[in-house]
Unconditional design. Structure first.
Length: 260
Protein backbone atom coordinates (compact mmCIF):
# COMPACT_ATOMS: atom_id res chain seq x y z
CA UNK A 1 0.00 0.00 0.00
CA UNK A 2 2.83 2.35 0.90
CA UNK A 3 4.53 1.67 -2.44
CA UNK A 4 1.29 2.47 -4.29
CA UNK A 5 0.94 5.78 -2.46
CA UNK A 6 4.55 6.68 -3.25
CA UNK A 7 4.01 5.86 -6.90
CA UNK A 8 0.81 7.91 -6.96
CA UNK A 9 2.64 10.86 -5.43
CA UNK A 10 5.38 10.57 -8.02
CA UNK A 11 2.82 10.47 -10.84
CA UNK A 12 1.03 13.54 -9.43
CA UNK A 13 4.30 15.48 -9.15
CA UNK A 14 5.27 14.51 -12.70
CA UNK A 15 1.87 15.61 -14.00
CA UNK A 16 2.09 18.93 -12.16
CA UNK A 17 5.57 19.59 -13.53
CA UNK A 18 4.47 18.60 -17.04
CA UNK A 19 1.43 20.88 -16.81
CA UNK A 20 3.56 23.78 -15.58
CA UNK A 21 6.01 23.27 -18.42
CA UNK A 22 3.17 23.08 -20.94
CA UNK A 23 1.58 26.31 -19.65
CA UNK A 24 4.99 28.00 -19.60
CA UNK A 25 5.73 26.93 -23.18
CA UNK A 26 2.27 27.96 -24.32
CA UNK A 27 2.60 31.38 -22.69
CA UNK A 28 6.00 32.09 -24.24
CA UNK A 29 4.95 30.92 -27.70
CA UNK A 30 1.63 32.80 -27.42
CA UNK A 31 3.43 36.07 -26.69
CA UNK A 32 5.81 35.58 -29.61
CA UNK A 33 2.97 34.63 -31.95
CA UNK A 34 0.90 37.62 -30.80
CA UNK A 35 3.74 40.06 -31.43
CA UNK A 36 4.43 38.67 -34.89
CA UNK A 37 0.78 38.44 -36.03
CA UNK A 38 -0.95 41.43 -34.42
CA UNK A 39 2.08 43.76 -34.58
CA UNK A 40 2.26 43.90 -38.42
CA UNK A 41 -1.51 44.41 -38.70
CA UNK A 42 -1.39 47.42 -36.39
CA UNK A 43 1.82 49.05 -37.64
CA UNK A 44 1.62 47.87 -41.29
CA UNK A 45 5.30 46.95 -41.16
CA UNK A 46 7.04 43.66 -40.44
CA UNK A 47 7.52 42.81 -36.77
CA UNK A 48 9.61 39.83 -35.67
CA UNK A 49 10.70 38.53 -32.27
CA UNK A 50 13.43 35.94 -31.73
CA UNK A 51 12.32 34.64 -28.36
CA UNK A 52 10.32 35.12 -25.15
CA UNK A 53 10.82 33.75 -21.65
CA UNK A 54 8.34 34.48 -18.85
CA UNK A 55 8.44 32.88 -15.41
CA UNK A 56 4.99 32.06 -14.07
CA UNK A 57 6.33 31.93 -10.50
CA UNK A 58 8.29 35.19 -10.27
CA UNK A 59 6.59 37.14 -13.06
CA UNK A 60 9.96 38.14 -14.54
CA UNK A 61 10.42 37.95 -18.27
CA UNK A 62 12.77 38.66 -21.15
CA UNK A 63 12.22 39.34 -24.83
CA UNK A 64 15.04 38.98 -27.34
CA UNK A 65 15.62 40.13 -30.89
CA UNK A 66 12.72 42.48 -31.66
CA UNK A 67 12.82 44.00 -35.16
CA UNK A 68 10.31 46.56 -36.41
CA UNK A 69 10.42 47.13 -40.17
CA UNK A 70 10.23 50.36 -42.14
CA UNK A 71 7.12 51.56 -44.00
CA UNK A 72 7.23 52.46 -47.68
CA UNK A 73 8.86 54.45 -49.19
CA UNK A 74 11.67 54.43 -46.61
CA UNK A 75 14.67 52.30 -47.50
CA UNK A 76 16.43 51.45 -44.22
CA UNK A 77 16.08 47.76 -43.24
CA UNK A 78 14.23 48.55 -40.00
CA UNK A 79 12.98 51.44 -37.89
CA UNK A 80 13.71 49.85 -34.50
CA UNK A 81 16.08 47.04 -33.54
CA UNK A 82 16.06 45.80 -29.95
CA UNK A 83 18.39 43.17 -28.56
CA UNK A 84 16.84 42.67 -25.11
CA UNK A 85 13.81 43.84 -23.15
CA UNK A 86 13.15 42.83 -19.55
CA UNK A 87 9.84 42.98 -17.73
CA UNK A 88 8.23 42.09 -14.45
CA UNK A 89 4.52 41.38 -14.26
CA UNK A 90 2.06 40.35 -11.58
CA UNK A 91 1.54 36.60 -12.19
CA UNK A 92 -1.93 36.63 -10.65
CA UNK A 93 -3.12 39.12 -13.29
CA UNK A 94 -2.38 36.81 -16.25
CA UNK A 95 -5.93 35.46 -16.25
CA UNK A 96 -7.64 38.65 -15.05
CA UNK A 97 -9.36 41.32 -17.15
CA UNK A 98 -6.31 43.59 -16.84
CA UNK A 99 -2.70 42.43 -17.06
CA UNK A 100 -0.56 44.32 -14.56
CA UNK A 101 3.04 44.89 -15.61
CA UNK A 102 5.25 46.37 -12.90
CA UNK A 103 8.25 47.28 -15.07
CA UNK A 104 9.36 47.18 -18.69
CA UNK A 105 12.88 48.13 -19.75
CA UNK A 106 13.98 48.30 -23.38
CA UNK A 107 17.75 48.01 -23.28
CA UNK A 108 19.91 49.79 -25.88
CA UNK A 109 17.50 49.89 -28.84
CA UNK A 110 18.81 51.09 -32.19
CA UNK A 111 16.38 53.52 -33.82
CA UNK A 112 16.41 54.77 -37.40
CA UNK A 113 15.05 58.25 -38.13
CA UNK A 114 14.66 58.48 -41.90
CA UNK A 115 12.79 61.14 -43.82
CA UNK A 116 12.59 64.69 -45.07
CA UNK A 117 10.25 67.66 -45.29
CA UNK A 118 7.26 65.47 -46.17
CA UNK A 119 7.53 63.26 -43.08
CA UNK A 120 9.54 60.45 -41.54
CA UNK A 121 9.34 56.72 -40.99
CA UNK A 122 8.41 56.92 -37.29
CA UNK A 123 5.54 59.34 -37.89
CA UNK A 124 4.28 57.06 -40.66
CA UNK A 125 4.09 54.11 -38.26
CA UNK A 126 2.30 56.35 -35.77
CA UNK A 127 -0.21 57.29 -38.48
CA UNK A 128 -0.83 53.58 -39.07
CA UNK A 129 -1.43 53.02 -35.35
CA UNK A 130 -3.81 55.98 -35.25
CA UNK A 131 -5.80 54.46 -38.10
CA UNK A 132 -6.19 51.30 -36.03
CA UNK A 133 -7.81 53.24 -33.18
CA UNK A 134 -9.86 55.82 -35.08
CA UNK A 135 -13.65 55.91 -35.10
CA UNK A 136 -14.37 52.60 -33.35
CA UNK A 137 -13.81 53.39 -29.68
CA UNK A 138 -11.23 50.61 -29.52
CA UNK A 139 -8.62 48.86 -31.60
CA UNK A 140 -9.63 47.91 -35.11
CA UNK A 141 -7.15 45.33 -36.37
CA UNK A 142 -7.63 44.95 -40.11
CA UNK A 143 -7.98 41.31 -41.14
CA UNK A 144 -7.73 40.05 -37.55
CA UNK A 145 -9.47 36.92 -36.33
CA UNK A 146 -11.84 37.32 -33.34
CA UNK A 147 -9.14 35.80 -31.13
CA UNK A 148 -6.51 38.26 -32.40
CA UNK A 149 -8.94 41.15 -31.95
CA UNK A 150 -9.54 40.08 -28.36
CA UNK A 151 -5.81 40.07 -27.68
CA UNK A 152 -5.45 43.54 -29.21
CA UNK A 153 -8.21 44.83 -26.90
CA UNK A 154 -6.65 43.26 -23.78
CA UNK A 155 -6.35 45.84 -21.02
CA UNK A 156 -2.95 46.52 -19.50
CA UNK A 157 -1.45 48.49 -16.66
CA UNK A 158 2.22 49.44 -16.90
CA UNK A 159 3.58 51.04 -13.75
CA UNK A 160 7.07 51.84 -15.03
CA UNK A 161 8.33 51.88 -18.65
CA UNK A 162 11.94 52.82 -19.45
CA UNK A 163 14.06 52.96 -22.59
CA UNK A 164 17.76 53.12 -21.74
CA UNK A 165 21.01 53.56 -23.71
CA UNK A 166 19.16 54.14 -26.98
CA UNK A 167 20.87 55.37 -30.15
CA UNK A 168 19.27 56.94 -33.20
CA UNK A 169 20.67 56.85 -36.72
CA UNK A 170 19.60 59.95 -38.66
CA UNK A 171 19.22 59.76 -42.42
CA UNK A 172 17.68 62.81 -44.12
CA UNK A 173 16.55 62.58 -47.74
CA UNK A 174 18.96 64.33 -50.08
CA UNK A 175 21.19 65.49 -47.22
CA UNK A 176 23.42 62.76 -45.80
CA UNK A 177 24.14 59.53 -47.65
CA UNK A 178 25.44 57.85 -44.48
CA UNK A 179 23.51 57.85 -41.18
CA UNK A 180 24.67 60.08 -38.34
CA UNK A 181 24.31 58.11 -35.09
CA UNK A 182 23.77 59.88 -31.78
CA UNK A 183 22.62 58.75 -28.29
CA UNK A 184 19.27 59.83 -26.89
CA UNK A 185 18.48 60.33 -23.18
CA UNK A 186 16.57 57.77 -21.14
CA UNK A 187 12.84 57.77 -21.87
CA UNK A 188 10.81 57.13 -18.71
CA UNK A 189 7.02 56.72 -18.54
CA UNK A 190 5.02 55.86 -15.42
CA UNK A 191 1.48 54.97 -14.35
CA UNK A 192 0.19 53.93 -17.77
CA UNK A 193 -3.32 52.50 -17.68
CA UNK A 194 -3.64 52.66 -13.89
CA UNK A 195 -7.33 53.64 -14.13
CA UNK A 196 -10.17 51.12 -14.27
CA UNK A 197 -10.18 51.11 -18.09
CA UNK A 198 -6.47 50.32 -18.37
CA UNK A 199 -4.63 50.77 -21.65
CA UNK A 200 -4.57 48.60 -24.77
CA UNK A 201 -1.46 47.28 -26.50
CA UNK A 202 -2.06 49.75 -29.35
CA UNK A 203 -2.45 52.72 -27.00
CA UNK A 204 0.71 51.72 -25.13
CA UNK A 205 2.64 51.36 -28.39
CA UNK A 206 1.42 54.78 -29.57
CA UNK A 207 2.56 56.49 -26.38
CA UNK A 208 5.97 54.82 -26.45
CA UNK A 209 6.54 55.46 -30.16
CA UNK A 210 5.47 59.10 -29.75
CA UNK A 211 8.14 59.56 -27.09
CA UNK A 212 10.72 57.79 -29.27
CA UNK A 213 9.91 60.07 -32.22
CA UNK A 214 10.17 63.19 -30.04
CA UNK A 215 13.56 62.07 -28.73
CA UNK A 216 14.74 61.16 -32.24
CA UNK A 217 13.69 64.54 -33.65
CA UNK A 218 15.41 66.37 -30.79
CA UNK A 219 18.57 64.33 -31.33
CA UNK A 220 18.44 65.03 -35.07
CA UNK A 221 18.00 68.74 -34.41
CA UNK A 222 20.95 68.83 -32.01
CA UNK A 223 23.18 67.14 -34.59
CA UNK A 224 21.99 69.31 -37.49
CA UNK A 225 25.39 71.00 -37.53
CA UNK A 226 27.12 67.69 -38.19
CA UNK A 227 24.57 66.86 -40.88
CA UNK A 228 25.13 70.28 -42.43
CA UNK A 229 28.85 69.55 -42.61
CA UNK A 230 28.06 66.22 -44.27
CA UNK A 231 25.86 68.04 -46.77
CA UNK A 232 28.64 70.53 -47.47
CA UNK A 233 31.02 67.68 -48.22
CA UNK A 234 28.44 66.14 -50.54
CA UNK A 235 28.18 69.37 -52.54
CA UNK A 236 31.91 69.83 -53.05
CA UNK A 237 32.84 69.85 -56.71
CA UNK A 238 29.39 70.89 -57.89
CA UNK A 239 30.68 74.25 -59.17
CA UNK A 240 29.65 77.80 -58.35
CA UNK A 241 26.14 76.77 -57.31
CA UNK A 242 27.35 74.54 -54.48
CA UNK A 243 27.06 77.35 -51.95
CA UNK A 244 23.39 77.77 -52.82
CA UNK A 245 22.87 74.02 -52.50
CA UNK A 246 24.33 74.01 -49.00
CA UNK A 247 22.14 76.98 -48.08
CA UNK A 248 19.06 75.17 -49.32
CA UNK A 249 20.01 72.06 -47.39
CA UNK A 250 20.52 74.04 -44.18
CA UNK A 251 17.18 75.81 -44.63
CA UNK A 252 15.53 72.46 -45.32
CA UNK A 253 16.89 71.00 -42.07
CA UNK A 254 15.56 74.00 -40.18
CA UNK A 255 12.11 73.64 -41.74
CA UNK A 256 12.06 69.94 -40.94
CA UNK A 257 12.52 70.52 -37.23
CA UNK A 258 10.21 73.55 -37.09
CA UNK A 259 7.38 71.20 -38.03
CA UNK A 260 7.94 69.08 -34.93
Amino acid sequence: MKKILVRLCIVVVVLIVAAALAVHFFLDSAVKRGVETIGPKLTKVTVTLDGVHISLLSGSGKLKGLLVGNPDPYKSPQSISLGTATLELKPGSLLSDKLIIKTINLEAPEITFEGGLSGNNLSKILDNLNEATSGSGGTNVAGATPKEQKKADKKLEVDDFAITDAKVSILLSGVNSKPVTVPIPTIHLTNLGTGPEGITVTELTKQVLTEIEKAAVKAAASSAGDIGKAAENLTKGLGKNSGGAVSNVTQGIGNLFKKK
